[in-house]
Design a protein around this ligand. Structure first.
Ligand code: BTN
Length: 255
């Protein structure tokens, strides 16, 4: 991992001044660690990679479990000041899918999918910080990414997860990190300037829900029709076209 860290630092430091890469054998959660640091005013750009997380966190209060060596877990923390934050996690998904493999697809809002199973997830949290410039609307964004490299235990999951080695048998954490780290930084910088609009068509090209029957967690049924230019999921229901924006809504293909 240390060779990959060095190569990533060499590629990213020129476009992100002050950038560092940190590799920890174990931490509770790379997101929790960077959020703690941000609350203490540490808002320098950093890529924090963990060999193992003892308390990995997912969206909607879920856990993110992985066995050591079987997944890539990292968080990128940096100050961002986009004019609109809508669609940030979708743009990150687009970037990761494109950087990993043509067959990696996206399930709204920001799951990486392979052959109708979950390959990876993204958890974005932000903190205002004493270290952030109060004049601009900058926040410290912590972009957490977990990607399954090998088969994970399926306990408690309705569908067994996918693994990157199904596509790339030699994939390991350093190689996967090397593939995604610089594109991720460039994506966040592009999003800060241009917002989600340039990512809309790229998301829709990999959207697993497109034209499929879906059910929202509130029970509403409909057919998914891609995402809007702000990243809302467009669902055609009995009451017309509905733009689903809440990241607290989960959506699944219906049987
Ligand atoms: C999800 O699919 O619900 C999001 C999963 C995000 C997991 C990653 S692993 C690295 C970072 N640290 C965490 O505790 N979570 C994210």
């Amino acid at each position: 991992m240390h060779r990959a860290a060095e190569l990533i630092w060499q590629a990213v430091a020129p476009i992100l001044p002050g950038f560092t890469v940190e590799v920890l054998p174990q931490v509770d959660s790379t997101n929790s660690e960077l959020m703690r640091r941000a609350r203490l005013g540490q808002t320098e750009p950093v890529l924090l990679v963990a060999g193992h997380q003892s308390a990995g966190r997912g969206r909607l209060g879920r856990q993110w479990q992985s066995r050591p060596g079987d997944s890539l877990t990292f968080s990128l923390g940096l100050l961002l000041r986009p004019s609109d934050w809508a669609g940030l996690s979708l743009a990150v998904g687009v970037c990761l899918a494109e950087a990993l493999h043509p067959e990696v697809r996206l399930k709204w809002p920001n799951d990486l999918w392979l052959a109708d199973r979950k390959l990876g997830g993204i958890l974005i949290e932000t903190a205002s910080s004493p270290g952030a410039d109060p004049g601009a609307a900058a926040r410290y964004a912590v972009v957490g990414v977990g990607i399954n490299l090998a088969q994970q235990p399926a306990a408690g999951l309705s569908t067994p997860p996918a693994a990157l080695r199904e596509l790339l048998p030699a994939a390991d954490a350093p190689a996967a990190l090397l593939a995604v780290a610089e594109p991720l930084v460039r994506t966040l910088q592009a999003f800060e300037t241009f917002g989600f609009a340039p990512f809309q068509a790229r998301f829709n090209a990999r959207d697993v829900l497109c034209e499929r029957a879906v059910v929202l967690s509130d029970g509403t049924a409909g057919t998914a029709h891609g995402v809007s230019e702000t990243g809302a999921l467009l669902v055609h229901t009995a009451h017309g076209m509905h733009a689903v924006t809440s990241s607290e809504v989960s959506v699944r293909p219906s049987a």
